[in-house]
Design a protein around this ligand. Structure first.
Ligand SMILES: Cc1cc2nc3c(=O)[nH]c(=O)nc-3n(C[C@H](O)[C@H](O)[C@H](O)COP(=O)(O)OP(=O)(O)OC[C@H]3O[C@@H](n4cnc5c(N)ncnc54)[C@H](O)[C@@H]3O)c2cc1C
Length: 544
């Protein structure tokens, strides 16, 4: 092993030790005990039971505030709390109605940690806006949130449910359901993508919602898409607002704060942007091979050493000017400058059935939804790096995947493309998906071969789509930022847009669209912002 690798290993281990010490201190400061009741089937210690025991014991080692009791399903305590599936974890059942069906592994470890901390604090930690919404709830709600351990979006939705259940134990019962452990329930609720949230058996949210949007959906018993703040939100004064917590935004945040600028990073979904969805990254310098989520965790912990991140908030509007107003779902920022690092979102096929079956067999995230298709037959549509990486990921998960590509050659790099035959992944060439069909969920696709002119049908359980990304420019367009002919934000060599004080960085600018280029552009834009705040170029232009 190279000397540098040893140092990296030591640095990681030191960071891990520091993190554990910090967690121990946080748990020690909690006012409440955290009783956990684990229910298991006698004589059936499957992987989920083992994992569940391991996770709760690992947390127990951090603090004696956690009190664990384990019962069999035929015990009177199981009857008392109406528990009939193994493993089920009840969290402080004398105070709250929170049950975890499955093991809080992988990404769900984050939600479980949050659950421990909130229960230990005895507070929901909901925002003021959310509290206003949930206080209006006057009828019981049973929430079911379907999650998977590989889904980076799931913790956000699970934590929304946890906060609600802690704030209103008089009205709210919460079940967090791992779809791998309880495929029967996922099937019954037709939860073919995660996260999915139901309240009183009504679908209230597909994908991760912002806290306020989740609570409005819970209150109204129907999915809401936006949340309009009900009263004047708090006002925060900063020098820079960075819209987007992907690689570009996080890097820019490190740079602006290190230059002495008061900065807020605002992120509406999962931190890390597209990287959070990437199974493996092999081309980010310093890491020969790293999981996308691991890379995000490293970037976020680094950024948090400097910059304040407002996660789960969407920037809804911007009023340009010398001092600009940025309105989010929770507050207003007053700021001198704004960096738009809003990245890109996945493209749709635009064929009949795609929208109808979204979350019912049509998926745009293999890392999130892959586990639901283990042993099943799916197609992956696309021919670029993402499509090939995700097809390989699905194959390794035990999914029967076929790549469907509209040309006779892949756009993916050779190093990836060569792995398709090595992994027995068939490719259907020169073929487009024309329609997606089924009754309740995807059952078949209609394929059109552009070489032969032939139309065929193929039975499949799922359709994964990775046909590229489109820039997230809705906000930019709303405030008059010019776009280039390809629809990306037009900017100069210093990342300035046509509106003074507003800058861009990362995928939203077009170009190479890589993690390393996004971080580079974030850094460069941050340095321009610093120079412009000291010496505004628009004022120089006015004077001359
Ligand atoms: C499956 C997949 C695999 C990939 N593999 C690789 C790889 O191996 N190597 C590589 O270099 N690159 C890879 N990429 C590309 C890489 O992830 C992107 O280039 C990079 O993430 C771009 O960073 P960004 O910060 O510009 O944007 P993004 O990562 O898209 O982040 C933008 C963020 O802004 C947020 N946002 C948008 N609008 C708002 C708003 N109004 N309010 C608040 N927040 C907002 C979004 O929620 C998002 O989190 C991959 C991408 C995908 C999808």
């Amino acid at each position: 092993m190279a000397p540098g690798m040893n140092q990296t290993g030591e640095a990681n281990s030191n960071t891990q030790q520091a993190f554990i010490r910090q967690l121990q201190q946080t748990f020690a400061s909690l006012p409440n005990e955290i009783p956990l009741f684990l229910f298991v089937q006698k004589g059936r210690d499957d992987v989920y039971v083992d994992a569940c025991r391991q996770v709760v014991r690992a947390f127990r080692e951090l603090t004696d505030k956690i009190k664990i009791k384990e019962y069999y399903l035929d015990h009177e305590m199981a009857r008392k709390w109406k528990v009939d599936s193994s493993p089920t974890l009840l969290i402080d059942p004398e105070r709250y109605n929170i049950r975890w069906m499955g093991a809080p592994m992988g990404e769900e470890g984050r939600s479980f940690l949050e659950a421990m901390l909130l229960v230990g604090m005895g507070k929901s930690d909901l925002s003021d806006q959310s509290l206003q919404v949930i206080r209006r709830l006057d009828a019981p709600r049973t929430i079911k949130i379907f999650v998977s351990p590989t889904c980076p979006y799931c913790p956000q939705q699970a934590v929304n449910g946890l906060k609600a259940a802690i704030e209103r134990p008089d009205m709210i019962a919460l079940e967090i359901i791992d779809i791998q452990c309880r495929p029967d329930l996922a099937e019954q609720y037709e939860a073919h993508s995660v996260p999915q949230a139901y309240a009183n058996d009504v679908l209230i949210g597909q994908g991760a919602q912002q806290e306020e949007v989740f609570l409005s959906s819970l209150l109204k018993l129907e999915p809401q898409t936006i949340f309009i703040p009900e009263s004047t939100a708090k006002v925060v004064d900063v020098d820079v607002v960075i819209v987007g917590g992907g690689p570009a935004g996080l890097t820019a945040g490190i740079y602006t704060v290190r230059s002495g600028l008061k900065t807020a990073v605002v992120e509406r979904e999962a931190l890390g942007g597209q990287v959070a969805l990437t199974p493996v990254v092999e081309n980010y310098p310093g890491f020969a091979q790293v999981g996308g989520k691991t890379l995000v965790d490293i970037m976020v912990s680094h950024a948090l050493q400097y910059v304040q991140i407002f996660q789960g908030e969407e920037v809804l509007d911007i009023k340009p000017g010398d001092i600009m107003e940025v309105t989010t779902t929770r507050r207003t920022f007053r700021t001198k400058t704004i960096l738009l690092a809003t990245g890109a979102t996945h493209r749709h096929l635009g064929v009949p059935g795609e929208q109808r079956f979204s979350g019912r067999g049509v998926s745009y995230c293999a890392t999130c939804d892959g586990p639901l298709f283990k042993g099943r037959k799916v197609i992956m549509v696309g021919g670029g790096n993402s499509a090939v990486t995700e097809a390989l990921y699905l194959k390794h998960m035990g999914v029967q995947v076929t790549l469907v590509h509209r040309r006779d050659k892949l756009r993916a790099q050779d190093v990836l493309a060569n792995q398709l035959p090595q992994n027995d992944i068939p490719v259907i060439w020169n073929t487009e998906v024309k329609a997606i069909d089924g009754k309740e969920r995807v059952e078949r696709v209609t394929l059109f071969n552009s070489q032969t002119g032939e139309t065929t049908e193929m039975d499949v359980d799922g359709v994964f789509v990775a046909i590229g990304y489109q820039p997230a420019v809705a906000l930019a367009q709303k405030i008059g930022i010019e776009l280039n002919e390809d629809g990306y934000i037009r900017h100069d060599a210093f990342h300035r847009t046509n509106v003074h004080g507003i800058y861009s960085a990362g995928d939203v600018e077009g170009g190479y669209k890589q993690i390393v280029t996004a971080t580079g552009q974030g850094a460069a834009a941050a340095m321009t912002i610093f120079e412009d705040i000291i010496n505004p170029y628009w004022k120089q232009n006015k004077a001359s």
